[in-house]
Write a protein that binds this ligand. Sequence first.
Ligand code: GLY
Length: 333
Amino acid sequence: MKRRNFIKNTSLSTAGIISASLLSSCENEDKKTTAKQEEKETIKPIAVCTWNFENANSKAWEVLANDGNALDAVEQGAMAEEANIKNTTVGIGATPDRDGNVTLDACIMDKDSNCGAVVYLQNIVHPIAVARKVMEETPHIILAGKGAEQFAYEQGFKKTNLLTEKARKRWLEWKKTSKYETIINIENHDTIGMLAMDKHGDIAGACTTSGMGYKVGGRVGDSPIIGAGLYVDNEVGGATATGVGEEVIRTVGSFLIVELMRQGKSPQEACEEGVKRIMAKNKGRKDFQIGFLALNKKGETGGYCVHPGFTYRKATNVGHTNEQVDSFYKKKV
Ligand code: GLY
């Protein structure tokens, strides 16, 4: 082939390739747009939380039903329980540590992987809202103890005595027989973890707790630790944990669940695998409770829990159907 013809032929065929690939990329773009539209049409907002905290789920659902975003939904849902004086495991009315101090832990994470947390926070009813302020108003992720409390006051939160008379009486009773010894108390692990997906398909999560009942002063559990008590990756989904925080921290539990979903597991399969890994490391032990809850981008939920007393409770799932589902079901070990 003469050089001139070679150039001509090359140009022609290159032009052909370009237009063919342009065409196919236009078609792909069209297909992508249609797929995105279909995806949007099928997005069904959902809010789900550990255990049967109906106040939390109803509040979160109210936010989503009014076109609110997932972050507001999980924050407001968690706040509903923090303000519930009858709830002995979060916010006001919570069980104190062995010295009678109520110390709270919480964290929050949004669709862009922004996160904020508070640990060992005292005198503030809504640690989850302070965690959000840490996320939005500071360059940090975690504030602890007196610093977190001071920051909360600067942000306009008011000082409140969190130790109710009932909780104080229970603590005094505990002191009579406990020998000041912290034991794993399965009834004081009802951490609230919330996950929500909004009408844009974006996921956020929140987790708040008073931690282990009558814990050693200064103890912090999994709930305010991003990756342990809560993790959200908006490409994949979110997960949150409840139960003995030490066990969840050891396995970086919520991060594990999200990564298992990324590898193709359903939320249910991922939660089961997470609990089984913890149990495998604790062969023969039946004295603690662990549960995971997960939500993926399709709006599918899953939950799995092991409880030594075998008196399992269902979590409420107030989603687009506004019905309860057995997403957090019970299994013997
Ligand atoms: N999962 C709550 C705690 O252990 O503090």
